[in-house]
Ligand binder design. Structure first.
Ligand code: ADP
Length: 742
C-alpha cells in the first residue's frame, strides 16, 4: 500500500504533529508515504509536488506551527477537471490511500473526490491517460480525514487540530489586554476568529472571565440587546470592576441575522457609556505559533490512528474522520460528519438558533449558560422561597494552576443562587484553625486567570485532635456542604472526615472533591485541573532545552514531576518527541537502560544530534536522574555527551491554560449543583467529581478507597497507560523487540 498525506485549507497548529505521526506510523507498518505538497494544488499539479517522505523528513517539526508540507486553497480542485488531473497523479504515483488534514471545505473536497472516483478513472481510461488494468487496480481509494481547523467547527470530534492552540493565543492576549484595560479603566472589544462557530469566543470568554460575549449560534435574545449589555457593563463599573472586556466572534449576529461587528460594539459602548473603548482584532495571531501540548498529542494520536484505519481490510472502505471523543480516538463516517456540520450552518442561516446550539452539543451549551451567569456584574436577586445554603470552599494538596478559576466559578455560581459561600484559607490547616470567612461576588473578581492558590493550600492531613477542631468550626460556621478543590492529600483528608461521620455529626454533610493536581493522579477523573498547564510548561521548557543543543551531539535527561504518576512524563515525552519516558508504573531495570544506551548510540551513529529522555521524579529510587545521566555519559563515549535538567517547581506555577480554566469552571458548576441537590435530601451523599470519557461523572466516596493504590498515591487503573505504544513507535525507528513493553 502507498498513501499520500496532505494538509489543506487554513493552516492550523498541530498539523505537523499529525503529518509526523502519519509518516512514522506508516513506516512502522511497512507502508510507503508520499507527501502531497501545497494541499490539493499539489495533487492537481503533480510532478515533484508529490514526493516520498521519510522518517527524518518529519524530525524536529513537532513543535512548529503551520504545516511544513504547505497548504493552499485550490480553485481548480473545485472543478471536476481539476479532480481528474488529481486522480491521474494519484494513480501515476501508485497512491491508493489518502490522509487529508484540513477543514470542512477540504474534507468536502475529499468527499466529492471519493464519490466521483470510479467515474474519474473511467474517464482517464477513455482519454487514454491510463490503462483499464490500472484503473481496475486502483478502484478502491481509501480516504481518512482529520479535522485541522482552529475554529473547532466540525462534527465528529470534540476538538479540531489547532483549536486548543488558538485558545492559548486568545487567552494570552485577553489576559494582557485586561491588565492594561484595568490600569486605565478602559473598555476593550476583542474580536476573535469564528465565522460560523462561536467556540473560540465562548471558551475564550469562559477562560478569561470576560464581561460579555457575542457568538453566531446564540444571538442576544432581545431586540435592544445593546441596552442590556451596557446596563451590565455599567453595573460592573459601579461595583468596582476596573476593566470591561467584550469578546466578539467574527460571525456574531443579532437574532435577525444582521452582523454585529466589533466596531459597532465599540460605538455603542462609547456613545451610551461614554467610555474610552478600544478594539483589538486578534486576526492571524490565533492561527500561528507553536502548538500547545494538547494539540501536539491529540494530532499525534489521530495521525497514528489514521494509518491504522488505512489498514482496515474492507475492500471499499467508507471515508472516515478521525476525531477525539472524551479521551478516545474515534472514527466517524465522513459523510455523517459533513451532514451534521452543514446542519449547524443551515440552522444559523434559518435563524433556528435552538437547533444550532443543540447540534453543537451539550458541553457547548453548558459553557454558554455558565458564561451567561458569570458575566453578570452582580448576582441575581434570590427568588422568593429559594433555599439559602451555607457552602464552604477550600483548596488542599499541592498548588495546581486552575484552583483559583474553580473557586471563582463556585463562589459566583453559588452566590448567584442565593447561597452564602465561605472560603477556608490554607487547606485543612485553616479548617482546623478556623480560618474561614465569607467570599462574595467581587472578592473573587479577576481570579479566573491567576495561577497559584489565592485561598492558600498545603498537604496537611488532619489527625488526632484535629477532627474535634474541624467539627467545631464546621458547626460554628454552620457549614452545610463542603467543596474541596485539590490534590491527593486533599482527597485523603476528605476520606478521613468521611470515615468519621458517625463519630462527628458535623462531618455528615455532603462533601465533594474537585480534582486539581498537576500530577493527574486522582480517582474518578481522567484529567485533573492543572495537569494541562504543567504539560504545556514542560513542552515549552523542553523545546528550549532541545534548541540549546544545536551545535553538539547531546542527550538530555529531563526530570518531570508527577509524584508516582507517570502521566506528565509520558505525555510530556509525546509532546516533545522524546525517545523514552521513564515512569514508576513501568519501573526501570538495568536491562532497559542497557537497551536505551544501545538505541542512543545507534541513533547518534546515524547522525542524530539530540537525544531526549523524560523521567518521572519517582521512576526508580536507585536509578535516579543523575545516575542515568552519568551512565549515558560514560557509555556515550565520543558519540554524545549528556546533560540533566530537573524542571522542578516551574511545573506547578504559571497561569492556568485555557483547558484547565474551562475544566475547572465546568466541574465547579456541577459541584455547586451537586451540593444543592444533596443538602436536605433523605440520603445525602458525598462524592468526587471528574471528567471520564468526556462526560462529567460522580464517584461516591464510599467507592474511592477501593480504587486507590494508596502506597503510590494514584488510582489503580490509569487510562493513559495505553498510549505508551504509540509514543514508543513514533519516537525511534527501532524494530520492535519481542516482549518489549513499548
Ligand atoms: P478549509 O478546509 O480550511 O475549510 P477551504 O474551505 O478553503 O478551507 O477549502 C480548502 C480547499 O478544499 C479548497 O481550496 C478546495 O480546493 C477544496 N474544496 C473546498 N470545498 C470544496 C468543494 N465543495 N468541492 C471540491 N473541493 C473543495
Amino acid at each position: 500500500m502507498k498513501i499520500g498525506v496532505l494538509t489543506s485549507g487554513g493552516d492550523a497548529p498541530g498539523m505537523n504533529a499529525a503529518v509526523r505521526a502519519v509518516v512514522r506510523m506508516a513506516l512502522d507498518k511497512g507502508i510507503k508515504t508520499y507527501a502531497i505538497y501545497e494541499g490539493y494544488q499539489g495533487m492537481v499539479d503533480g510532478g515533484d509536488r508529490i514526493r516520498p517522505i521519510g522518517w527524518n523528513d518529519v524530525g524536529g517539526i513537532l513543535h512548529q506551527g503551520g504545516t511544513v508540507i504547505g497548504s493552499a486553497r485550490c480553485a481548480r480542485f473545485r472543478e471536476r477537471d481539476g479532480r481528474l488531473q488529481a486522480a491521474l497523479h494519484l494513480v501515476q504515483n501508485g497512491i491508493d490511500g489518502l490522509i487529508i488534514i484540513g477543514g470542512d471545505g477540504s474534507l468536502t473536497g475529499a468527499h466529492i473526490l471519493q464519490k466521483e472516483w470510479t467515474g474519474l478513472l473511467a474517464e482517464l481510461v477513455e482519454k487514454g491517460e491510463i490503462e483499464q488494468a490500472v484503473a481496475d487496480q486502483y478502484q478502491a481509494l481509501k480516504i481518512v480525514g482529520m479535522v485541522g481547523s482552529i475554529d473547532n467547527d466540525m462534527y465528529g470530534t470534540d476538538m479540531t487540530i489547532g483549536a486548543d492552540t488558538a485558545l492559548h493565543r486568545i487567552v494570552d492576549a485577553v489576559d494582557a489586554i485586561a491588565s492594561t484595560a484595568a490600569s486605565h479603566q478602559r473598555s476593550f472589544v476583542v474580536e476573535v476568529m469564528g465565522r460560523r462557530c462561536g467556540y473560540l469566543a465562548l471558551m475564550g470568554a469562559l477562560a478569561t472571565g470576560a464581561d460579555w460575549v457575542l457568538i453566531p449560534e446564540a444571538p442576544p435574545n432581545l431586540d435592544d440587546w445593546e441596552s442590556k449589555m451596557c446596563e451590565v457593563l455599567a453595573e460592573g463599573r459601579h461595583v468596582g470592576r476596573r476593566d470591561s472586556i467584550v469578546i466578539v466572534a467574527e460571525g456574531a449576529q443579532d437574532r435577525y441575522g444582521n452582523p454585529i461587528t466589533s466596531q459597532y460594539v465599540k460605538e455603542v459602548l462609547e456613545e451610551r457609556l461614554g467610555e474610552d473603548t478600544r478594539v483589538t482584532v486578534l486576526g492571524h495571531v490565533q492561527r500561528g505559533g507553536s502548538p500547545s501540548a494538547f494539540d501536539r498529542n491529540v494530532s499525534t494520536l489521530m495521525g497514528a490512528d489514521a494509518v491504522e484505519a488505512m489498514l482496515s481490510d474492507a475492500p471499499k472502505m467508507e471515508p472516515i474522520v478521525i476525531g477525539i471523543q472524551g479521551n478516545e480516538i474515534s472514527r466517524t463516517p465522513l459523510s455523517h460528519c459533513l451532514e451534521k456540520t452543514w446542519g449547524v450552518a443551515e440552522a444559523i442561516k434559518r435563524r433556528d438558533y435552538e437547533r444550532a446550539m443543540d447540534l453543537r452539543g451539550r458541553s457547548f451549551s453548558d459553557a454558554f449558560h455558565i458564561v451567561r451567569t458569570m458575566v453578570r456584574a452582580l448576582p441575581h436577586e434570590p427568588e422568593p422561597g429559594q433555599r439559602r445554603l451555607r457552602l464552604a470552599v477550600m483548596n488542599a494538596g499541592g498548588p495546581a494552576p486552575g484552583m483559583n478559576t474553580a473557586v471563582r466559578a463556585a463562589v459566583r455560581l453559588g452566590v448567584d443562587k442565593g447561597h452564602t459561600m465561605l472560603g477556608v484559607y490554607n487547606g485543612f490547616r485553616g479548617l482546623i484553625d478556623g480560618d474561614i470567612s465569607e467570599l462574595d461576588w467581587m472578592k473573587v473578581g479577576g481570579w479566573a486567570p491567576r495561577g497559584g492558590a489565592l485561598l492558600g493550600t498545603n498537604r496537611d492531613i488532619p489527625e488526632g485532635r484535629d477532627f474535634y477542631a474541624i467539627a467545631r468550626n464546621l458547626e460554628k460556621h454552620q457549614v452545610q456542604g463542603l467543596l474541596m478543590i485539590g490534590g491527593f492529600a486533599g482527597y485523603q483528608s476528605v476520606l478521613e472526615l468521611y470515615a468519621r461521620r458517625d463519630t462527628f455529626p458535623a462531618f455528615d454533610i455532603p462533601i465533594i472533591c474537585l480534582p486539581a493536581s498537576i500530577n493527574n493522579n486522582l480517582p474518578g477523573a481522567d484529567l485533573s485541573v492543572g495537569a494541562d498547564t504543567a504539560l504545556n510548561s514542560i513542552a515549552q521548557a523542553v523545546d528550549k532545552i532541545k534548541q540549546s543543543a544545536v551545535a553538539s551531539q547531546r542527550t538530555f535527561v529531563v526530570e518531570v514531576m508527577g509524584h508516582y504518576c507517570g502521566y506528565l512524563s509520558l505525555m510530556g515525552a509525546m509532546a516533545t518527541g522524546a525517545e523514552r519516558a521513564y515512569m514508576h508504573e513501568e519501573g526501570v531495570t538495568l536491562k532497559d537502560l542497557v537497551e536505551d544506551v544501545r538505541q542512543l548510540k545507534k541513533g547518534f551513529r546515524r547522525g542524530k544530534r539530540v537525544g531526549l529522555m523524560i523521567r518521572n521524579e519517582m521512576a526508580n529510587e536507585i536509578y535516579s536522574t543523575s545516575f542515568m545521566s552519568a551512565l549515558f555519559e560514560e557509555e556515550g563515549g565520543d558519540l554524545f555527551d549528556v546533560r540533566q535538567a530537573i524542571l522542578g517547581h516551574m511545573q506547578q506555577g504559571g497561569d492556568p491554560s485555557p483547558f484547565d480554566r474551562i475544566l475547572a469552571t465546568r466541574l465547579a458548576a456541577r459541584c455547586v449543583d451537586f451540593l444543592e441537590a444533596q443538602i436536605g435530601s433523605d440520603n445525602p451523599e458525598s462524592a468526587c467529581i471528574g471528567q471520564v470519557q468526556g462526560e462529567i461523572l460522580l464517584t461516591s466516596l464510599e467507592d474511592v478507597p477501593r480504587q486507590l493504590d494508596k502506597a503510590h498515591s494514584r488510582p489503580k487503573t490509569q487510562w493513559w497507560l495505553d498510549l505508551r505504544t504509540v509514543a514508543g513507535v513514533l519516537a525511534q525507528p527501532a524494530p520492535k523487540k519481542k516482549g518489549s513493553k513499548r
